[in-house]
Ligand binder design. Structure first.
Ligand SMILES: [Zn+2]
Length: 274
């Protein structure tokens, strides 16, 4: 919730340019959405916070929801700020720097504040780790000045490592992950539940409502997005199904490519069907 700058008050409203143009000039690349799962956020960049202004967006999510790398880069811990709590910097390969603030500091399901800013509690990787886009790097929480309020990720975008810019337009265009990337060299599978949109030769599209993932055991609800699966074995699918039918499908094990973990069309293959 913290960190602000009077300088930003000048920047807000000064740029009437289209968001796309702004993004291109900023050098900020297309991002992976920094939290996996159900998230609520609004454009609270620049909002008054005491005498200062909010330098990021607050992404409200479940306690310990995975925080993932928005692009490939290097993680650096920051553990000594009373207001930021457990925080990390992601130095992106593009030259953009991102701040992940108010990460988890609890050891139990309640707000115990008994954890410290260490791997396994606040962070999912070691200090100094090089990470891929979509790799889990932290856990959403309520440390620092977020203590006791709704768990969220305070997320900042610093183009070229300089002053914070509004994350909102980048977040709105970001690709959401179905699942965190599995460990390098391994695979993941998904169980998807939703309604049939279309069933054509070689492809099944469903509007996914909920999912479960292995080996991460991550569950998501209110997904509400269409996913198209490759059908390599036509006998795996019942015939004569009408659009709108509620279905559950499993995917074949897939490597953790960006296409696969974002559910790009055809990147996942149907295993079985119910
Ligand atoms: Zn915040």
């Amino acid at each position: 919730m913290r960190r602000m700058s009077l300088l930003l008050a000048v920047a807000i409203g000064a740029c009437a340019c289209a968001a796309g143009v702004h993004a291109a000039r900023s050098g900020v690349p297309p991002l992976i959405f920094p939290v996996v799962g159900t998230v609520a956020y609004q454009d609270d960049f620049g909002d008054p916070r005491g005498a200062l202004r909010h330098e990021g967006n607050d992404l409200l999510a479940d306690k310990r929801a995975p925080a993932v790398a928005v692009e490939a880069g290097t993680v650096k811990y920051w553990t000594t700020s009373a207001s930021a709590g457990c925080m990390l910097y992601l130095y992106g390969a593009s030259g953009t720097m991102y701040e992940y603030i108010d990460l988890n500091n609890d050891l139990t399901a309640v707000n115990d504040n008994k954890g410290t800013c260490v791997k396994g509690t606040a962070y999912a990787v070691a200090d100094g780790a090089h990470v891929d886009a979509g790799q889990q790097i932290g856990y959403v929480g309520d440390s620092g000045d977020a203590n006791g309020i709704h768990p969220h990720l305070h997320f900042e975008v610093h183009p070229k490592g300089r002053a914070a810019t509004d994350p909102f337009p980048f977040l709105n265009k970001a690709a959401h992950l179905l699942v965190v990337a599995p460990p390098a060299g391994s695979t993941f599978t998904l169980k998807l539940t939703g309604t049939l949109v279309a069933l054509d030769t070689g492809e099944l599209t469903l509007n996914v409502q909920s999912l479960a993932a292995w080996p991460s055991h991550l569950k998501q609800v209110k997904v509400n997005r269409p996913i198209s699966l490759t059908v390599s074995d036509p006998t795996a699918v019942a015939t004569g199904l009408l659009p709108g039918t509620k279905i559950t499908v499993w995917t074949l094990p897939a490597p953790g490519t960006l296409d696969a973990i974002t559910g790009a069309p055809g990147a996942l293959t149907l295993d079985k069907f119910r």
